[in-house]
Every structure is written in structure tokens, then in C-alpha cells.
Design a protein around this ligand. Structure first.
Ligand SMILES: Nc1ncnc2c1ncn2[C@@H]1O[C@H](COP(=O)(O)OP(=O)(O)O)[C@@H](O)[C@H]1O
Ligand SMILES: [Mg+2]
Length: 345
């Protein structure tokens, strides 16, 4: 198949996405597809005949992620035009010429359903969740509202709008965790231990977006559970070497230890899997995804969030979980494509 792996874009997670995308692209080519990596913001360059593009030599060398998220103003300036749009020249043309677009995007436009809705109206096939599931799962405040009353336990907390009275945030108590509503990769997330820190954490999160979430901080072990079609993958335990699972701990080799399958008893594993699948279904997700959990020392489970386009970088969790279930990286990419094509049957 001719496949466009769409990555990059104008999101704080663009480097993560390029790293995932280059790995996916290489894997698809190893599996006999003609896959090309396209940065959605910069586009594929000039195209004479879009079909020739797929037979060009591969461009999927491994991409390294910097310790800090990129400066997007600099990225925007690099495109050299004053266009306000985030979709570069010829991106739609090349996507139209593909049999399917592999969504290697992370953050904002890639994960919030906008690209998915855009592709739907253009008749372009793509991998993963549709526009609705993407939008519902991307917004952590909306996720909370949808899952309330479904038996998926989440930490106590409130959503707060910029300029709103901060008292509800203080009422959550400390320690608390403050996060932008639609962020990812832990960008803009801070733990606060007193009111002063809560204020600073709110300022930080509001510098990313106008709606933030303040949650009670749950101390415990952290896990993630992948869903792939009807299969729920073995939970993985995440152990940051120090501090919490922030941007650096997610993408710098050696910063975090991961254990998969996680060392937990069968009952806890079964419950985590049930909750992950329930959240996946309630949020109208499709094809694949990954849910994050924390378990207290007393054994109470808390669900944090669902990821609609889980990372596929060399250190990412979903590929490790798949491997523990006997599914190679190539096979994982192949299954995502096959399950996604089923959406259109
Ligand atoms: N309520 C919470 N209690 C304790 N730790 C949390 C809580 N919420 C988030 N975290 C920590 O922050 C990380 C990122 O939070 P998460 O909600 O998963 O957002 P992201 O979309 O950035 O991954 C989690 O992996 C976890 O380490
Ligand atoms: Mg997370």
C-alpha cells in the first residue's frame, strides 16, 4: 500500500511525533509498503506526480527528541510564509494519493479531532480514532465528565477557566497536580504543595491554554494499558528515576524504568484492563489507544487519561506492551492499518 505517515506539525509535541513517525515509516517499509514521512506543517515540497512520491527512496532516519519541548515560534518562522494555516503546501494532495494516512501526529491538531474531521469530509482514510473520540479524549475535563458515573474512578478535581475565581482550585487541597486540559507529554503539568505553588502551577498551565484541570495528587505506582482493537495489552509499570513522569522522563533514555508485563496480581491486572477498555469505549475511541493509571499503596486504582495517538518512539509504552504480548513493532503498525481500514468497510 502507498501510505503517508503524517507527523510533526505545529504542536509542542512535534519532535515526539517526528520520532514516532520515522519509526513507523521504517517499519511499514520493512513490511513491504511504500511509506513516506510527511511533516504536516512543512508539507512534502513540490509534487509533480503524487504517485512518484511513494517510489522515492525512504526518508525515515531516526529522529532524536530534545530534552525540552521545541519553540514553536521558531518552527513557524522556518516555513517562510505568513500563512496562518497549520497544514503545509501539498499535504492534502499527497494524502489523497495514499491508500491510507498513518496518523503519527501528537498534540493539538493531530489528536483533537480537527484533522480527522477534515480528512472525513475530504474522503481521506486515516488510522486510529475518528473525530469524535479524538476530541472527547483529548480534553481532560470533557473526559472526566463523560466517565463520571461509568464506574471508571478518577482523582477528585475541578476544571478552571482563565480569569475565573481560583477558590475551587484551592479547595482541591494539596498536594495537587495542575495540567492544561488538552495538553500531552506532561507539558505544562506541575505538582503543587501549597497555595503559592498552586498559583504558580495555574499560571504555568494557563500559559498553554485557557482551561486547566486541578486534581488531587495521587501517590502510588503508575501504569499504562494499551488497547488494540478487541485486545487489551498487558499493563506496563512506569518508574521515573526521580520526580514524576514529565517530558524529560518520557523521552530521554535512562530517565525512567519500565516493567512490562507489570508485576501486579491477576485481579488488579484484570480490573485495569476492564477499566481501560471501558474508558476507550465510553470515549468513542476506535482502533487503538492507551490509558494511564495510578494505583495507591492500598490498591485503589485511579484512571488519569486516554491517549488516542499513543507514542510510537523507541521508548514508548505501547510498542513495549505489544512486544510483551508477542506482537512485534512491525506487526503492531500492520494491525493499526488493518483495523483502521475496517472502519471504512
Ligand atoms: N492526579 C494525579 N496524581 C498523581 N500524578 C499525576 C496525576 N495526574 C497526572 N499525574 C502525573 O503526570 C503525568 C502526566 O499526566 P497525564 O494526565 O497522563 O497527562 P499527559 O497527557 O501529559 O500524559 C502522569 O503520567 C503522572 O505521572
Ligand atoms: Mg499521560
Amino acid at each position: 500500500m502507498n501510505i503517508v505517515v503524517l507527523a510533526g506539525g505545529l504542536s509542542a509535541e512535534r519532535e515526539v511525533s517526528l520520532s514516532s513517525g520515522s519509526m513507523v515509516c521504517a517499519a511499514l517499509n520493512r513490511s513491504g509498503h511504500s511509506a513516506v514521512l510527511v511533516d504536516v506543517f512543512f508539507g512534502p515540497g513540490e509534487l509533480k506526480d503524487a504517485r512518484d512520491f511513494f517510489s522515492a527512496p525512504g526518508n525515515e532516519e531516526q529522529f532524536n527528541i530534545d530534552e525540552h519541548a521545541p519553540d514553536l515560534l521558531k518552527v513557524r518562522a522556518m516555513r517562510g510564509d505568513s500563512g496562518l494555516g497549520t497544514v503545509g503546501k501539498n499535504v492534502i494532495e499527497i494524502c489523497r494519493a495514499a491508500d491510507i494516512v498513518y496518523m503519527g501526529l501528537h498534540g493539538e491538531d493531530g489528536e483533537n479531532g480537527r484533522m480527522q474531521a477534515f480528512f472525513d469530509v475530504l474522503g481521506i482514510k486515516y488510522t486510529g480514532s475518528g473525530y469524535l473520540g479524538s476530541a472527547l479524549a483529548m480534553n481532560k475535563a470533557v473526559t472526566r465528565r463523560i466517565l463520571a458515573g461509568t464506574g471508571v474512578p478518577m482523582p477528585g478535581g475541578v476544571a478552571l477557566l482563565k480569569g475565573q475565581d481560583r477558590q475551587p482550585a484551592y479547595d482541591v487541597g494539596v498536594p495537587c497536580i495542575v495540567k492544561p486540559c488538552s495538553g500531552g507529554s506532561s507539558i505544562g503539568i506541575t505538582i503543587a504543595h501549597n497555595r503559592e505553588e498552586t498559583d504558580r502551577a495555574l499560571d504555568e498551565a494557563f500559559s498553554y491554554e485557557d482551561e486547566v484541570l486541578v486534581e488531587e495528587y495521587i501517590a502510588g505506582r503508575e501504569f499504562s494499558v494499551g488497547v488494540l482493537g478487541d485486545t487489551v495489552l498487558p499493563p506496563i509499570e512506569i518508574i521515573p528515576k526521580e520526580g514524576f513522569y514529565d517530558y524529560a522522563h518520557k523521552y530521554q533514555p535512562g530517565f525512567t524504568e519500565e516493567i512490562c508485563p507489570a508485576d501486579i496480581d491477576g485481579q488488579v491486572e484484570a480490573r485495569m484492563k476492564t477499566l481501560a477498555k471501558r474508558a476507550f469505549d465510553e470515549l468513542r475511541m476506535q482502533v487503538y489507544g492507551r490509558g494511564d493509571f495510578i494505583m495507591t499503596p492500598q490498591g485503589s486504582l485511579y484512571f488519569l487519561e486516554m491517549n488516542t495517538l499513543p507514542g510510537m518512539t523507541p521508548l514508548s509504552l505501547l510498542p513495549q506492551e505489544a512486544r510483551a504480548a508477542g506482537i512485534s513493532y512491525e506487526e503492531l503498525c500492520g494491525r493499526v492499518i488493518a483495523l483502521s481500514l475496517q472502519k471504512y468497510e
